[in-house]
Design a protein around this ligand. Structure first.
Ligand SMILES: [Zn+2]
Length: 713
C-alpha cells in the first residue's frame, strides 16, 4: 500500500547506503490463529479461527471480503468447475469428489454476530451460483490504522484431490482451506480509481493473492499421521482419545497449508550458509550484484522432505534440489528468511496436489518411473522442486497479485528456475537415450505465431484459452525476461532482479513497479520493450526472406554523346570481366531482404558472412542503408551494436558491393531474441544448404515428439 511514498523512502535509504536493503519483517495485516480438527473417515475439517485485520490504508473500511476457496469444488455450477470443465493441470476431477466450506459463525471480538448481513459476491462474472467470495459488512468501519478481530467457526468437506487440494485415501494436502481475507487496496493500487477489496472468485486459471501476517495453527488428527505444514512446529502433544495436536507458527507469510499421511517417511536435512556455499560463490555473487559479502550471506534452513515410501530412492534428489533453490535464489535475490522448508512428495493418485507452492511449504512432483533407466536422467523432479521453491521468492515474498498479473509470479519464477537449474545441475533438463534438451530450449517449443492473440499481462481467467494462460504466464515470460537480459546484459539484469526483489519483498508490486526498477537500474527507458512484449498482443518474428550474391558485371551498352559516343559490346564486357578476374579485382553485389512477420520491434543485428571467413555484424537501424558501393571490411555498413532505434518498417532490403562473395546472412547472431517465434527463418545461405536445414528441423521435430510423449506419461 501507499507504495509511492514507500518507494521514495526506500530509494533514499538505498542512496544513503543503508546496511541491508532486504526488509527483515513483513507488515502484519492479516493474521490467523486457527484450531482445526481433521476427521479422516469423513474427510471433514472443523475449525475455529481468530482473524486479526489491521487497516494499513488511508480509507475507513466498512466491510471485509473473504475467499471461501473450497466452494470452488461445491458443485458443477461454480465458476471454477464451469471454466475448467473438471479438468486442470493434466488432472481430471473425480466423480462425486465434491468439497465445500461453510462459515457457521462469525462474530466480532465483543460478540456482535455478523452472519446475517453476509452475502456471496461474484465480482468477476455473472455467476450467482459461485460461492467462493463472501462479503461481510461490519457494524462500524475500521478506521485507518485501526484493527478488528473476528471469531469465526467453519466446517469444510475436503474434495478428492484434483486441483491442488484435498484427500486421496489417507493422504491429505490441505490448501485454500480456511476462510481467508482478500486484500483491501486503496485508490491508485494497480490503477484502481477508488479503494476496495481485491477478492476474486476462484477461477480455473488463477492462483492467489493475500496480505502478510502471523499464523498460528493447531491441527488435531489421529496420532498415526505424520504432519507437515507451513512454518515451524512449536508443539506436539498426544490426547487421551488417540488424537495428537500439532501446533505450527510462522510470521511474515500470507498463507498456510498442511499435509498429513501415515505413510510419509520424514527425511531431514539442513542447508548451511557456511558450508553449502563456497567463499568463491559468495564473492562471485557479490561482484555480480555489486553488493557486500555480508549482504549476500545466507542463513541456515531446516529442510524436511516428506517422502512416499516407494519414492525413497529420490529423496536425496529432492534434498539436493531444495538446497540448490535455497542457495541460488538466496544468492541472487536475497537470503531465504525463514527457518524451515517442507517439501511434500504427493501420494500416487494425488498428482493434482503436486507442484504447488505455499509459504515455507511446497509440493513436489515425481513418479516411480524417474528412478529407472532410461528416465532416471530426466531432471523433472529437481525442476519441480526448484520451481516450487522459487515461488518463495516470486509470490511468496514478492507477493504479486496472481489473479491479475500471473506473469509476475509464474513467469518470473520460470525464468529464475531455469537459471538456477542450469547453475546447479547443468544445461540439460531432459536426457534420454542420448537425446538432450536444455532448460533454455524447452520454453521455445510452444512459441509460435499462434501466440499473437494474447497479451502476456492479462487477468488469469481472461486469456483466449487455458493453454494460452499457461504459455504466456510461464514460458513466454521466461523468454521475455531472457530477451530483456539479452538487451541489458547479464550483470544489469542480475541487478534489476535483485533490486526488484529487495524493494518489494513482503509487498505487492505490480507490473509498473517492475518496469520502473528496470528503467532505474538500466539507466534508460525500456517501456517500449514492455509495451510490445507484455502489454500488447503480437509476436516477434523477424526473418531473412531472400539473399543473393552475384559478380558485378562490367558496364555494357551505349556511353557518351556525339563524337564521344561508343558502344561496349557484350563480348568486350566479358573480356573486361575476365581481365578483372585475373587481376583479382572483380566485386560482388549482394542483397539481403529482411522481413518482419510479427508486430514486435526490437533492436536487431545482422551478421553477413563472406567467403574466406570474413564477417560483418551491423545494427539494423532506422533509416535507409547507405547507397552505392560500400567497403564493408573497412568502413562497415552501419554503426555496430544493438543500441539506438530499431528499424520500424515491414521489410528492409540491403545491398552491398564487396570484394568477397556473400555466403550467408544471420539475424540476431548473439541469440538475444529468445522471443522470436521462428528461429529457423533467422538465417539463410546464398546457396541453400539443405543438410543444415534438415538437421535443425529434424532436431526440433524430435524434441516436440519427446515432449508430447513425456506429457503423456
Ligand atoms: Zn509455478
Amino acid at each position: 500500500m501507499k507504495h509511492g511514498i514507500g518507494a521514495v523512502l526506500l530509494a533514499l535509504l538505498a542512496a544513503a547506503g543503508a546496511a541491508d536493503p532486504l526488509p527483515a519483517r513483513a507488515p502484519e495485516i492479516a493474521s490467523y490463529d486457527i484450531e482445526v480438527r481433521l476427521t479422516p473417515g469423513t474427510q471433514r475439517l472443523s475449525g475455529r479461527q481468530r482473524v486479526t485485520w489491521r487497516n494499513a490504508t488511508p480509507d475507513a473500511v466498512g466491510e471485509l471480503w473473504f475467499h471461501l476457496y473450497l466452494n470452488a469444488f461445491r458443485n458443477s455450477q461454480s465458476t471454477f468447475v464451469r471454466e475448467s470443465g473438471g479438468q486442470l493441470r493434466g488432472d481430471r476431477m473425480p466423480d462425486d469428489g465434491w468439497g465445500w466450506t461453510e462459515v457457521t459463525s462469525i462474530r466480532t471480538a465483543d460478540g456482535v454476530d455478523l452472519a446475517a448481513g453476509a452475502t456471496f459476491e461474484h465480482p468477476d462474472d455473472d455467476n450467482a451460483e459461485d460461492r467462493t467470495v463472501w462479503r461481510v459488512p461490519l457494524p462500524a468501519p475500521v478506521p485507518p490504522g485501526g484493527t478488528i478481530e473476528l471469531d469465526m467457526a467453519f466446517e469444510a468437506q475436503l474434495p478428492r484431490v484434483f486441483a491442488r487440494t484435498g484427500y486421496f485415501r489417507d493422504y491429505f494436502l490441505v490448501g485454500q482451506w480456511f476462510p481467508k481475507l482478500g486484500v483491501y487496496e486503496p485508490a491508485g493500487t494497480r490503477g484502481r480509481a477508488s479503494g476496495g477489496w481485491n477478492c476474486h472468485q476462484f477461477h480455473a486459471n488463477s492462483e492467489f493473492y493475500a496480505d502478510f501476517g502471523r499464523y498460528r495453527v493447531a491441527i488435531t488428527l489421529p496420532q498415526r499421521f505424520v504432519v507437515g505444514a507451513t512454518g515451524k512446529r512449536v508443539e506436539k502433544r498426544a490426547n487421551p482419545d488417540g488424537t495428537a495436536v500439532h501446533v505450527f507458527e510462522q510470521a511474515d507469510v500470507h498463507d498456510f497449508a498442511w499435509t498429513a499421511s501415515p505413510r510419509f517417511v520424514e527425511v531431514k536435512a539442513r542447508f548451511s550458509g557456511a558450508t553449502d556455499v563456497t567463499a568463491a560463490e559468495y564473492a562471485e555473487a557479490a561482484a555480480l550484484l555489486g553488493r557486500s559479502l555480508e549482504e549476500v550471506r545466507l542463513s541456515d534452513v531446516d529442510v524436511t522432505i516428506l517422502m512416499q515410501p516407494e519414492h525413497m530412492r529420490q529423496a536425496e534428489r529432492h534434498v539436493a534440489a531444495a538446497k540448490a533453490g535455497i542457495k541460488w535464489f538466496g544468492l541472487w535475490y536475497g537470503r531465504y528468511p525463514y527457518e524451515t522448508l517442507t517439501v511434500v512428495d504427493p501420494a500416487y493418485g494425488a498428482r493434482g496436489s503436486g507442484g504447488m507452492e505455499y509459504p515455507t511449504f511446497i509440493t513436489a512432483g515425481t513418479t516411480v518411473l524417474f528412478n529407472r533407466w532410461p528416465l532416471d536422467r530426466l531432471r523433472l523432479p529437481e525442476e519441480v522442486t526448484v520451481h516450487e521453491f522459487g515461488h518463495q521468492y516470486w509470490q511468496g515474498m514478492v507477493a504479486s497479485n496472481e489473479f491479475e498479473e500471473s506473469w509476475l509470479d509464474e513467469g518470473f519464477n520460470s525464468y529464475a528456475t531455469g537459471k538456477a537449474m542450469r547453475q546447479a545441475f547443468g544445461p540439460w533438463t531432459l536426457e534420454v537415450l542420448g537425446l538432450r534438451v536444455s532448460s533454455a530450449e524447452l520454453p521455445r517449443l510452444g512459441n509460435s505465431v499462434e501466440r499473437m492473440f494474447d497479451r502476456v499481462r492479462t487477468p488469469a481467467w481472461r486469456y483466449s484459452s487455458s493453454n494460452n494462460y499457461g504459455f504466456n504466464s510461464y514460458a513466454r515470460t521466461d523468454l521475455t525476461l531472457r530477451t530483456l537480459e539479452g538487451l541489458l546484459g547479464e550483470r544489469t539484469m542480475a541487478r534489476v532482479m535483485r533490486t526488484y526483489h529487495e524493494r518489494f519483498r513482503f509487498r505487492h508490486p505490480s507490473s509498473e513497479d517492475f518496469y520502473a526498477v528496470v528503467d532505474e537500474i538500466a539507466g534508460r527507458d525500456m517501456r517500449g520493450f514492455f509495451a510490445q512484449a507484455v502489454e500488447r498482443p503480437g509476436v516477434l518474428d523477424d526473418e531473412i526472406a531472400a539473399i543473393t550474391s552475384a559478380r558485378v558485371e562490367p558496364p555494357r551498352g551505349v556511353f557518351g554523346e556525339g563524337p564521344a559516343r561508343r558502344t561496349i559490346s557484350a563480348r568486350e564486357a566479358r573480356e573486361q570481366a575476365r581481365e578483372k578476374d585475373a587481376a583479382g579485382g572483380r566485386l560482388w553485389r549482394s542483397t539481403v531482404l529482411v522481413r518482419r512477420r510479427g508486430e514486435v520491434v526490437l533492436p536487431a543485428t545482422l551478421r553477413l558472412e563472406f567467403e574466406g571467413g570474413d564477417a560483418q555484424v551491423m545494427a539494423l537501424a532506422e533509416g535507409e542503408p547507405p547507397a552505392g558501393s560500400v567497403d564493408v571490411e573497412r568502413a562497415g555498413l552501419l554503426p555496430g551494436g544493438a543500441g539506438g532505434e530499431p528499424w520500424r518498417g515491414r521489410f528492409k532490403r540491403l545491398e552491398v558491393v564487396t570484394p568477397k562473395r556473400l555466403l550467408a546472412a544471420r539475424l540476431d547472431p548473439e541469440g538475444r531474441h529468445e522471443l522470436d517465434v521462428n528461429r529457423l527463418n533467422d538465417a539463410r545461405r546464398v546457396e541453400p544448404d539443405p543438410r543444415a536445414a534438415t538437421t535443425w528441423s529434424a532436431r526440433l521435430v524430435f524434441w516436440m515428439q519427446q515432449m508430447l510423449a513425456l506429457a503423456g506419461l
